[in-house]
Design a protein around this ligand. Structure first.
Ligand SMILES: NC(=O)C[C@H](N)C(=O)O
Length: 505
């Protein structure tokens, strides 16, 4: 048989007459022991850690009763990718995860990072399996968008870079920037619309008239800022060759990297029924914590003809399914994580897979936490999941002021039909809600949140034409991996972590 892999350790024996190689090909944690005779190949070239080899040989089973694993006797070395032992940055000594973050291009050769990669792959496969088994369709939502789903303004802007003047000229000819007089007239419209709003307010006009007029004002302001933005063509970073880069907005419009696929996937839920999206999302928060990334993956189902209760039921069954999947498909890697990082990892998966989550209202949760004086828990959420209940907790019905505009207003007029799934160690794993399906209420919520109406016009149309009760949630994929593996830092569970100062490779 032929095997290929990388040498984890290699040692010459019998005064250099043969060598033992521990070979790993990344398919699992176990290494294959290979015996190479000095007559087959110069041993010194094969033994350094990190060397890649392709070997033809005969697999030998240990004799009955001998406690030893399979062994390959090399007959021919077909290929060698040499590795200089003096320079290889990942020697066989145990390396810290922090050290490995500086070697993202090589770190998958270690046991921990390769185990995490396999667990991550299993969770992705389990996700598709769960939704398919439950009748959901997978929808690809866009990466570039003009709408801010969370309304928090933590978005990365997309610009087009031109490195030569000729291209800029061409772009400008096809898509000319506004003139000063365009801007002046846009300013005038803003002024007029502003006066109209003030007038309607002063004569105490009806609420709907005022709302309509405020919408027009917002639109006019949007238009003005778009023109102004485009008017100042920003000369960019000068190139080495002396040419200047020009940065333009995304074909003349402000556009951003998506913070969530939710709004777009809702359009498909309102047509196909149950759907989900699963892709990268981006947040321009300047956080340096072990729980945040600038680029992370989210799983976002959207369920039609459904309310908050259905949402919580799906969220709970999905998380349970993921935990059971790992027990069934990744036990070896999970046992490795349990042994090296978190003794309770397997127990936790079993507990989550088999026992019901706690569900309490936000008000109840606040009451429970009011008496907590234990300073060890700076984050009250961990007190709920780690001390009071010791299992996942779903908190629902949050005050509207602290939640996004699209969440359905409850009958009390104060809370929204939102829910968060909180889990021990990680905190918030899932955030979701029943969506506001009433056109007038939604319009008002957008305005109250201080957001412009115009970018959400299409979203409002879903309510204008054949609105439907629906709900959905978003699971932070990396947080699920943290929760499962017991690792502490989110930068270790995504192949290429992006955070302030880190985007190379
Ligand atoms: N799809 C969701 O409900 C997730 C939500 N948009 C968030 O970003 O938290």
């Amino acid at each position: 048989m032929v095997v290929g892999g990388w040498v984890r350790t290699g040692r010459e024996q019998g005064k250099g007459s043969f060598a033992f190689l521990e070979l790993n090909d990344g398919s699992c944690l176990a290494n294959l022991q290979v015996i190479v005779d000095a007559a087959v190949h110069p041993l010194a070239q094969l033994t350094p850690t990190g060397t890649c080899v392709v070997i033809e040989g005969v697999l030998k089973r240990p004799p009955e009763g001998v406690k030893q694993s399979l062994e390959l006797r090399a007959e021919r070395i077909l290929e060698v990718g040499p590795c200089d032992p003096g320079k290889y940055p990942l020697p066989k000594t145990r390396l810290t995860l922090e050290f490995l973050r500086d070697w993202v291009h090589l770190r998958a050769r270690t046991n921990t990072i390769s185990a995490v990669a396999r667990i991550r792959d299993e969770l992705a496969y389990a996700t598709h399996t769960f939704f398919r088994e439950n009748g959901f369709r997978y929808i690809h939502t866009p990466i570039i968008t003009t709408s801010d789903c969370e309304g928090a303004g933590e978005m990365f802007q997309v610009t087009t870079l031109f490195s030569d003047a000729e291209k800029v000229e061409k772009e400008l000819k096809e898509n000319p920037p506004p003139s000063e007089s365009d801007i002046e007239s846009a300013k005038l419209i803003v002024k007029e619309k502003g006066e109209a709003v003030a007038h309607l307010k002063s004569i105490k006009a009806s609420k709907s008239e005022i709302t309509a007029s405020v919408t027009e004002l917002t639109k006019a302001k949007e238009n003005l800022s778009r023109l102004e933005e485009r008017f100042k063509l920003k000369p960019g970073i000068p190139q080495k060759d002396g040419k200047t880069d020009y940065a333009l907005d995304f074909f003349g419009r402000q556009a951003f990297l998506t913070v969530s696929g939710q709004l777009q996937v809702e359009t498909y839920a309102c047509a196909l029924g149950n759907v989900y999206t699963f892709g990268p999302t981006f947040r321009a928060e300047h956080s340096h914590t072990s729980r945040h990334l600038a680029e992370f993956w989210m799983v976002e189902p959207e369920i039609a003809f459904a309310n908050l209760e259905d949402d919580m039921n799906y969220a709970e069954s999905y998380v349970k399914f993921l935990c059971q999947w790992l027990l069934d498909h990744s036990l070896e890697d999970m046992e490795f994580m349990a042994k090296n990082y978190d003794k309770t990892a397997i127990e936790r998966l079993k507990l989550v897979a088999s026992s019901p989550f706690v569900r309490i209202s936000y008000t109840k949760a606040v009451e429970l936490l009011e008496n907590v004086t234990d300073k060890k828990f700076e984050n009250p959420v961990s007190y709920l999941t780690e001390v009071i209940f010791k299992k996942p907790v779903i908190v629902y019905n949050y005050p509207k002021g602290i939640k996004a505009f699209y969440m359905r207003l409850n009958d009390d007029g104060k809370t929204v039909a939102a829910m968060d799934v909180l889990v021990p160690k990680v905190g918030e794993l899932i955030g979701g809600s029943q969506r506001e399906e009433r056109l007038d209420v939604l319009q008002q919520r957008i305005l109250d949140s201080g957001l412009p109406i115009e970018p959400y016009e299409w979203y409002l149309e879903l309510r204008r034409y054949g609105t439907v009760k629906h709900c959905g949630f978003g699971l932070g994929f990396e947080r699920m991996i943290l929760f499962a593996t017991g690792l502490d830092n989110i930068r270790d569970v995504i192949p290429f972590p992006r955070y302030p100062g880190r985007a190379d490779l």
